[in-house]
Structures are given as C-alpha cells and as structure tokens.
Design a protein around this ligand. Structure first.
Ligand SMILES: [Fe+2]
Length: 484
C-alpha cells in the first residue's frame, strides 16, 4: 500500500504536513514586543511536500521551507515559502515522491536519476549580504530575503570547490571571517573534509583538504581563537550500506570518537584526539589558552536519532540519547591522553546549543538552549509522557548558574535564538526568542523574552493563525545587518 499523508505513521498530529506557503500581515501579538527589537528571525524546517516512500525514513529528508518573522516598531509580519531545490521541483512536476531513503540515491526512482536530492532544510544564515539555506549534502541555496523566492545554489563566485557545505559554518565574531567545510567532499561515502576560510565579503581565502578517521556525520564544528575543532563519532555510513538500500546513517557504538584539532591559520596538520562513544551533534563554542582547549557542546552518550538505527542491531536507548551540556578539555601537549569530560548542568536536557554569536571564536561566558528541566511543568495529558523542551535558558559558564523562561505547559519549543540589545551590548544581554507550537490548538507562535528577567516569562507571543512548519534551525538577523 502506498504511503499517504493519512496513513503514514510519522506524519500524524504535530508532524502532519501543512504543505503551504503563507503570509500573515501584522500578526496578533499577546503582550508587547520590545520597542528596541528590530530585525528578522529567519528559520528553516522540514516539510514533506509528498510523503516519504518508506515509513521509517528520516524526517531530515523532508523538503526545506524557509520562513521569516519580520519585527519592527512592536509589530510582526510572517511569511513562509518552500526552498525550490531541483528535488522539490521534480517532485512537484511528477506530483509524487521520486526520492527514496535519506541521502541514498540507490533507493530513488529512475525519474530522479541525475537530479540533486538535497532539501535545504537545516539552517538559514545571512553572510556577505546573502540569505543562504543550508543542508550538509549540497551547496547552499540562496534565497531572496525579501520574498523568500529561491535564487539557486551558491558557490561563493566559484571559490568554494567542495560539492557539500555544512549547515553550521562559524563566523568569527570579531573579524567576520567564516570558517566552513564540506564533508563527503570527494563524493558519496568519502571520508574527505574540505575546510575553507571565507572573507566577510564572500571571497574564499583558503582551502585545506583533510581526511576524517572514518566517514561520520560531521554536523557541526567549533572554533576557538587558534583552532578548529572537528567532532567525529559513530554516526557512520558507507557504500555497502547505501547499495543495500538503507538510510544514509547508522549508529556504530564500537568505533572510537574523535575531536580533530586543526590550526585555524597556516597548513598545520589535524591532530585527532580519541575518546569513548558519544555524539557531539552541536557545539556551543570553544576557547584556547596556551595550547589547552576548552570546548562546550551538547552531547549524548550514544545515538540521539532513533531513525538512524544501530548497525549491530542494538535497540535505541532513549536514556543514552539524552543530550546534556558538557565541557571537553584537551591539552595539546598530551593529545594521546584524550579529553577530560565534565557534565555542566545535568538536569537540563537540550540539543540545539547556541551562544551570543558576537563571541564566536573567542572566550565566551554564556550559552543558550531551548531545554527540558524537571522543574519546568508540562501537561502530560496533552504533551505525552516525555518532558518537552518548554524553557528558554541562559547558562553562565563562569558562575555555573542558569536563568530560564518557562514558555508554557502545552508548548513544544524549537531552538532558541539570541538577539543582542544593541551592536555593542554586553555579552548575553538582549532578548531570546523561539518558535513554538501549542499542542492544545495546534497553532504556532513566536515566544519572546528579555535576558534581564527571564524568570518573568515571555514579554510577547506573536501568534499565527495556523500550525507553521517545524523548524530545524533559525537565526535572528538584526536590522543593523539586514534592514527589515
Ligand atoms: Fe544542526
């Protein structure tokens, strides 16, 4: 039986596809949007234009849909539009799903042969004046920031040679230069990682080609003042599993994890520091002092994704998938000693780690996380038994303290974004915001709070008259970077 929207097990309730582009002029606001908050919250998510061919496929294979909350003078307009990748256009023309398992072309239908399967659904950033929708298996897709219309793939004027581009490039908060990379850079299932530096005007200024210890999902990196930190862990793939018709990734808990340490400047080699099983899908940031590196990241003990099954057949373990904030210290004088790990805030669980981006690549004090915590109440009758992320929290790594805003007992809250109060405001001072869906009426909202008093709760809820597509990542772009 063909999978439809109605019978697909993973497309029900809050995961039911909405399948529409939308515009809302002057959204309803409950509370008050701060007068000083002016800019655009761009976000991108995954939305199935057509149901996936397989019931156990990854939600990461759904089509990208970009959206924008444009905020000025206490009001907000909303818009959402699909990123029109070749895959989206081919499926639209065929009026059905032509593509198979997540990033496995061997499972595509013949009509999809030669058509890029990327979906541009993971992150959306502004860099060098361009709005770029990102997916780590292809080049960025440029999107018009005013209309969200798709312009096309972007290779930085030909200076970016790799066929893939991470969803998590790092932009140095002081110099404005981007450190970025593509993995599987020498083709499907290759372990090649090509690392680039791109100047603030979009010119590629360096390319270095390295090899990972094995092919792994290199979803995110971190940069310190002097180093690039590259996590490699047991989310593995290979031509054998792809030819066997499996989803791109599987979990292998028997291989060592690594953190690659690469000098940001010059041509120094990567040092691969080994350690035990873990999944470092997202980082906060890193700093270094005298050859000692401190990296803070959101990490789980094992596979965090149930839709990427264990290669040895082990059942998914929700306890080991729980993601917490951890600090890793590496002494480059003794790389063979591995790293020292410390769990910083064990009661807080959340995977989508953020910082005040003005401090990226430099010593930093604060981290931000949309998170679940035992003291943050939720309505289990509506949300189910598992505590949802329903708090927006700021973590002070200097003092070990946390301030948090509870968003609501029936809300599932997406990734936090931080908006500095002004270009030169102190670190971590400003507003936080996040997209959320209320499971009582299945309508969405943007929740906004002030870092000066998170405990007071949201200052404003920008309400949409429908459930907007889910989000993977989003970013606040202040009006001093891109006018509203
Ligand atoms: Fe991510």
């Amino acid at each position: 039986m063909a999978l439809t929207y109605a019978n697909h097990p993973a497309l029900q309730g809050p995961m039911e596809p909405a399948r529409f582009a939308s515009q809302v002029h002057d959204c309803e606001v409950v509370g008050e949007i701060p007068a000083g908050l002016k800019g655009t919250f761009f976000r991108v998510g995954a939305e199935w234009l057509y149901p996936p061919k397989f019931p156990d496929d990854s939600p990461f294979a759904a089509d990208g849909i970009a959206s924008a909350f444009r905020i000025a003078d206490g009001s907000c307009d909303f818009a959402a539009r699909f990123v029109e990748t070749p895959r989206y256009l081919a499926n639209k023309a065929a009026r059905r799903q032509l593509f198979g398992y997540y990033r496995n072309p061997f499972t595509d239908e013949p009509e999809a042969t030669g058509i890029s399967g990327t979906v541009s659904n993971t992150n959306i950033i502004v860099f060098a004046g361009r709005l770029l929708a990102l997916k780590e298996d292809a080049l960025p897709y440029e999107v018009d920031p005013a209309t969200l219309a798709t312009i096309g793939p972007h290779d930085f004027g030909g200076g970016y040679s790799a066929p893939t581009f991470t969803a998590h490039p790092k932009v140095d908060g002081q110099t404005g230069e981007m450190i970025t990379y593509g993995y599987e850079a020498e083709g499907l299932a290759s372990n090649a990682i090509w690392v680039y530096t791109i100047a603030p005007d979009g010119r590629v200024t360096s390319e270095r080609r390295i090899a990972a210890p094995y092919l792994s999902m290199v979803h995110d990196i971190a940069i310190s003042q002097n180093f690039i930190l590259i996590p490699v862990y047991g989310m593995v793939s290979g031509m054998e599993r792809l030819r066997a018709g499996k989803v791109h990734w599987g979990w292998d808990g028997t291989v060592p994890s690594y953190i690659g340490v690469m000098p940001r400047r010059g041509n120094g080699d990567v040092v691969w520091v080994a350690g035990p099983e873990m999944a470092m899908v997202h980082t906060f940031s890193a700093s270094d002092d005298g050859g000692v590196i401190a990296l803070i990241a959101a990490v789980s003990d094992s596979n965090p994704f149930p839709f990427f099954p264990d290669v040895h057949g082990k059942p998914f373990d929700p306890a080991k998938a729980r993601t917490t904030i951890r600090k890793y210290v590496i002494d480059l004088a003794r790389p063979a000693d591995g790293w020292r790990e410390e769990v910083l805030f064990p009661e807080w669980a959340g995977a989508l780690s953020r910082i005040d981006e003005r401090y990226c690549g430099h010593p930093f004090r604060y981290g931000f996380l949309s998170a679940a915590h035992p003291a943050m109440p939720y309505d289990a009758a509506v949300m189910g038994p598992r505590p949802p992320s329903n708090a927006l929290a700021r973590f002070d790594f200097a003092t070990g303290t946390v301030e948090a805003m509870h968003c609501g007992e029936t809300l599932a809250v997406s990734e936090i974004a931080f908006a500095p109060r002004s270009p030169d405001a102190p670190e971590g001072d400003g507003w936080v915001m996040a997209f959320a869906t209320d499971y009582t009426d299945m309508k969405s909202q943007l929740v906004i709070g002030d870092t000066a008093n998170l405990a007071a709760g949201p200052l404003a809820r920008v309400k949409l008259p429908f459930r907007a597509p889910g989000q993977i990542h989003g970013n606040w772009v202040p009006d001093w970077v891109l006018p509203v």
